[in-house]
Design a protein around this ligand. Structure first.
Ligand SMILES: *Cc1c(COP(=O)(O)O)cnc(C)c1O
Length: 864
């Protein structure tokens, strides 16, 4: 290591594995500084990528014997997974190096996607698929005495996210790479991802998810990249020695280091490999050195742990704001490290600050990274000495903000005192931003005090709060919602007054999407192969509108037969998983009705389970002889995690499990109805679940689900959906046609009034729902006290999620499904039409819209 440390030494630069971060002029300079002898050796021994099974086997064995220090005699599946992953990682790193060199040489504008969550799932299968080497790997692994599917199954999920928002970020980095956009993701490397869920006596029990237990072959630790991040302290005024002017300086009171870990993100059908950089916190070495020497080991160690706690664990809340100081610390830690990194890279280009927005676009995934706006302003004004207005112009041209919810309980509002204590200079800057902004607003709307109050970053409540969404709108040049309905809603609800101030042009829509590589090719290889066989290539995986062409085979009975058989295979695969996880045996020939997503009152798993109870009661009330004719045999499958502190959501899980217990053990019902709760829903389980639905449920109270993405995953895999007129369901209906979807329930525009009526005591429980409630009250599913709160929230507490209003309509839609499913052939036709028309929902399309309408970036590929 020693010779590599001298900063100015050209040899040190030479030994860096890539040219990342150097300007073309610098590269020339570096090149000339390398001795000819060395340059020749480097060329002679250039690392070769493996290209044949022989190459891979050799590399694999090399990794087993050296990287893992094992041998043929103690190489188990875990070792095989590590060795195979390391071999593929080697290839990815070579591509990564080339990609980063190319982007730097071209001085391409980069998009930095800031997300506090990246729900990546497994990497191995995806990397093999994107590199087009899965078959090759299968051969090699088989030669070496392993089964590829077993090896794939060893990998723990990278569960660094809660649900849809985190999975969206994961799909987006896949598409950025596939579409050759220069883009980096920035996030946190949590030691503990989303908790793993066990079901004990029907209750959710959380266990920590220590996903790094066996190390992680997919990450490249960049231990040399250590960025100091300050917290607390105070602000002083100093005289700038250069200008003689007074300026503000933040004197931090606590410092931690951010260490970079890189995850290469391969694209499909391209050698482009982008980077996901995740930060890990660690203590500074000098911190409390004195205490240590004075013998106060305890408190010196406590400080170490305090630093490490920042990236210890992901907050397990989905669509819910909880004002914890450690969470704010996570946010600033991540934002400060990322911006430092971005600015450092920009400074290497030696361009003027005014050109910053020509090289850098930053997207804020929800309000979690909104501090980046303030941090960039601080860097430009306090550290780089720019004038306030010039700096603010650069800031607003750089940022875009994606809103993910209109629900009040999910909007971030930091108590002013907590915020000012942790980030005193940032609070001052927020005041200044707000002052400037409100001045112009007051000038434009001199009479409208209420409007000024609404758009202020500071909520004048007691105690006062900082509204992060307002700050994000003010500091960005574009604000987008994630589905058409949602993007319209934000303009008429939470950002209504901002539309008056900025005009409607600032607000736009980019409907979410999913990557067809993971959610079709990886999750459903059989269906993918069938489509390839008809279209003659797999180009539809990068140009998804080509899928439209399979619609013309809908009249081909052979094709429909193959299609139906694949669905059956996928249902068999899920039945096997269900047996393994729950012990429940389900018949794959019966209708699979699936609802898997985070458990949340707004997503209305209550509606589903009440509907299941209704069905159960109907079966019981029908004479045995008439049942077969009247009821479609059905398997109801639910799954999802509840936030550990979310009481109502946990009660819903308990109710589902208790109902499942009663129904599954009722001999009288037999195969007509089975109910399953799949424990520990995550990305790798979703890959098995999504291809196996006949029907999936997306039944949120209208206006509450911003987009939804699992709706897209299910339909892409040939499942139909039952859903409310909410989020992306609306656009799915437009694309696949009304005949292919089962819509029900009240519309978003009616929700407000219905809620007001409930508040006035007007509540109408339909007879069907009353019957369901009576059964629960009777104790059929265990002591009523367990579920009292669930029922009373509908009956007596305003039914905020409109369960009573939508129940009958839901049952009707379910009954239509029963009828339609009887005509299997017709159902298969609908299934084909669905898949054929899902091209719009590729995350490639979403990323292209962001690139063109918000980021102003261009693809960069090796071919000029
Ligand atoms: C896609 C996905 C989600 C999002 O599901 P929604 O139904 O859109 O809320 C959540 N969790 C996992 C594991 C997913 O793959």
């Amino acid at each position: 290591m020693s010779g590599f440390q001298t900063p100015a030494s050209p040899r040190r630069r030479f030994h860096k594995r890539s040219m990342t971060g150097f300007t073309p002029t610098e590269i020339k300079a570096i090149d000339q500084s390398i001795p000819i002898k060395a340059r020749e050796a480097w060329t002679r021994y250039a690392v070769k990528e493996f290209a044949t099974p022989d190459d891979l086997e050799s590399l694999f064995i090399n990794h087993v014997e050296t990287t893992l220090a094992r041998s043929m005699y103690n190489c188990d599946n875990l070792a095989a997974y590590s060795a195979l992953s390391s071999s593929i990682r080697d290839k990815l790193i070579l591509h990564w190096n080339k990609t980063q060199q190319l982007h730097t040489l071209r001085e391409a504008k980069r998009i930095y996607y800031l997300s506090l969550e990246f729900l990546m799932g497994r990497a191995l299968d995806n990397a093999m698929i994107n590199l087009g080497i899965k078959e090759l790997c299968g051969k090699s692994v088989d030669e070496l005495g392993f089964n590829l599917e077993d090896v794939i199954d060893i990998e723990p999920d990278a569960g660094l996210g809660n649900g849809g928002l985190g999975r969206l970020a994961a799909c987006f980095v896949d598409s950025l790479s596939t579409c050759n956009y220069p883009g980096w993701g920035y996030g946190l490397r949590y030691n503990y991802g989303i908790f793993s869920q066990k079901i004990v006596d029907g209750y959710q029990v959380e266990a920590p998810d220590y996903w790094l237990k066996y190390g992680n072959p997919w990450e490249i630790p960049r231990l040399e990249i250590q960025i100091p991040v300050d917290f607390y302290g105070y602000v002083t005024t100093v005289t700038d020695p250069k200008t003689g002017k007074a300026k503000k300086q933040w004197q931090g009171g606590e410092q931690v280091l951010a260490v970079a870990y890189d995850f290469p993100v391969p694209g499909y059908h391209t050698t482009n490999v982008n980077n996901l950089r995740l930060w890990s916190s660690k203590p500074t070495s000098e911190f409390d050195f004195q205490k240590f020497n004075e013998g106060e080991y305890d408190s010196s160690v406590q400080q170490q742990q305090r630093a490490e706690s920042i990236t210890a664990v992901l907050y397990p809340n989905d669509n819910f704001y909880q004002g914890k100081e450690l969470r704010l610390k996570q946010q600033y830690f991540w934002v400060a490290a990322s911006l430092h990194d971005i600015v450092r890279r920009f400074l290497k280009t030696k361009k003027k600050w005014s050109e910053f927005p020509d090289l850098v676009a930053i997207q804020l995934n929800d309000t979690h990274p909104t501090l980046a706006i303030v941090e960039l302003q601080r860097i430009l004004v306090d550290l780089e000495g720019l004038e306030w207005d010039d700096a603010w112009d650069i800031v607003t041209r750089t940022f875009g903000y994606t809103n993910h919810t209109v629900m009040q309980e999910a909007l971030e509002k930091w108590p002013l005192e907590l915020f000012g204590n942790l980030l005193p200079r940032h609070l001052e800057i927020i005041y200044l931003i707000n002052m400037d902004f409100l001045k112009t607003v007051s000038k434009k709307f001199p009479q409208d005090r209420e409007l000024v109050r609404n758009v202020s970053i500071i909520e004048e409540s007691d105690p006062k709060n900082i509204r992060m969404a307002n700050l994000a709108v003010i500091g960005s040049h574009k604000v987008n919602g994630v589905a058409e309905l949602h993007s319209e809603l934000i303009k008429t609800t939470i950002f209504k007054d901002f539309v008056k101030v900025f005009g409607p042009e600032k607000f736009t829509n980019v409907t979410n999407g999913i990557t067809p590589r993971r959610w079709l090719k990886q999750a459903n290889p059989e269906l993918t192969d069938l489509i390839v066989s008809k279209l003659g290539s797999d180009l539809f995986l990068v140009d998804t509108v080509r899928m439209k062409q399979i619609e013309k085979f809908v009249g081909d009975p052979e094709f429909r037969k193959s299609w139906a058989l694949i669905k059956l295979h996928n249902k068999e695969r899920l039945a096997k998983l269900i047996k393994k996880l729950t012990g429940v045996v389900v018949n794959p020939h019966n209708l699979f009705d699936i609802q898997v997503k985070r458990i949340h009152e707004y997503k209305r798993q209550q509606l589903n389970i009440f509907g299941i109870i209704w069905r159960y009661l109907q079966i019981k009330a029908t004479p045995a002889g008439e049942r077969a004719k009247k009821f479609m045999p059905k398997v109801s499958i639910l799954g999802g995690k509840a936030a550990p502190g979310y009481y109502a959501a946990k009660k819903i899980i308990k109710l589902i499990n208790s109902v499942a217990d009663v129904i599954n053990n009722d001999k009288d019902v037999g195969d007509l109805l089975k109910v399953v709760f799949v424990p520990d829903y995550n990305v790798s389980k979703a890959e098995v679940i999504c291809p196996a639905s006949d029907i999936s449920e997306h039944i949120s109270t209208a206006g509450t689900e911003a987009s939804g993405t699992s709706n897209m995953k299910f339909v892409l895999n040939g499942g139909l959906i039952i859903g409310t007129v909410d989020g992306a369901n609306v656009e799915i209906t437009r694309e696949v046609g009304e005949d292919q979807i089962f819509l029900f329930g009240n519309l978003a525009e009616d929700v407000e009034e219905l809620r007001q009526d409930h508040q006035m005591g007007k509540i109408d429980i339909p007879d069907s729902l009353a019957l369901v409630f009576e059964e629960i009250e009777k104790g059929t599913f265990g002591p009523y006290d367990e579920y009292r709160s669930l029922i009373e929230s509908v009956k007596y507490n305003g039914d905020f999620y409109l369960v009573s209003d939508d129940f009958e309509s839901y049952l009707e839609a379910q009954s239509t499904i029963d009828k339609e499913f009887k005509d299997q052939d017709n159902w298969v036709r609908k299934s084909i039409i669905c898949v054929a028309n899902m091209g719009f929902f590729s995350s490639d399309r979403a990323i292209q819209e962001y690139a063109e309408n918000i980021w102003n970036i261009e693809p960069v590929s090796e071919q000029v």
